[in-house]
Design a protein around this ligand. Structure first.
Ligand code: FMN
Length: 171
């Protein structure tokens, strides 16, 4: 399976990346191809809502780093959304990438998705999970393979690494 991880954290050695790395190691151990895209280090502008894509076969009018991300999403069997919680939802960097998939609409090859979230506090995941992630799962008509969260002392913990590794290895 080809797996694309969209990591919205601006911290390459942060808590989100820690879980992503463990997931990647497990999934690769199971023979999957995993490509982690560090969305926060890409030049991805917000969607203009111009509908140019609607008249140009899904081609976005904005020529930025989404041009390299579109083919990755379109060819993926699974997309993993990973983000720190910023004000109760996904980071703006990840949201920008998600909004820009408006051009390609539902990525037809994707069969399953997962969500990885890191936060300071517990019980702050409501908007990210229900308003964002589960809405995408329903809109894309894909299987929700799993939702993983870490807060406080769970961040950078061996327990979370093991959990994410096992999830990746079991795919
Ligand atoms: C702009 C900003 C907003 C944040 N908002 C929240 C929040 O609403 N709830 C929360 O529990 N933590 C919040 N945090 C803390 C981060 O979610 C937390 O530090 C997370 O572990 C960072 O992950 P990272 O190391 O992958 O960047 C916020 C941090 C920043 C910088």
């Amino acid at each position: 399976m080809k797996i694309v991880v969209l990591n919205g954290s601006p911290h390459p050695k942060g808590a989100t990346a820690d879980m992503v790395n463990a997931f990647k190691a497990g999934a690769e151990e199971a023979g999957h191809e995993v490509n982690v895209i560090a969305c926060a280090f890409k030049n991805v502008k917000g969607c203009l809502g111009c509908d140019y894509c609607r008249e140009h076969e899904g081609t976005c009018v904005q020529k930025d780093d989404m041009q390299e991300i579109y083919p990755e999403i379109l060819s993926a069997d699974m997309v993993v959304f990973a983000s720190p919680i910023y004000y109760f939802t996904l980071s703006a960097q990840l949201q920008a990438v998600i909004h820009r998939t408006y051009a390609i609409d539902i990525p037809k090859n994707v069969k399953k998705t997962a969500l990885i979230l890191s936060s300071g506090d517990a019980f702050v995941y409501g908007p990210a999970i229900t308003q964002y992630y589960q809405s995408i799962v329903e809109y894309w008509k894909v299987e929700n393979a799993g939702i993983f969260t870490a807060n406080g002392d769970q961040n950078h913990s061996e327990e979370k690494r093991q959990q994410l590794y096992r999830f990746g290895a079991a795919l």
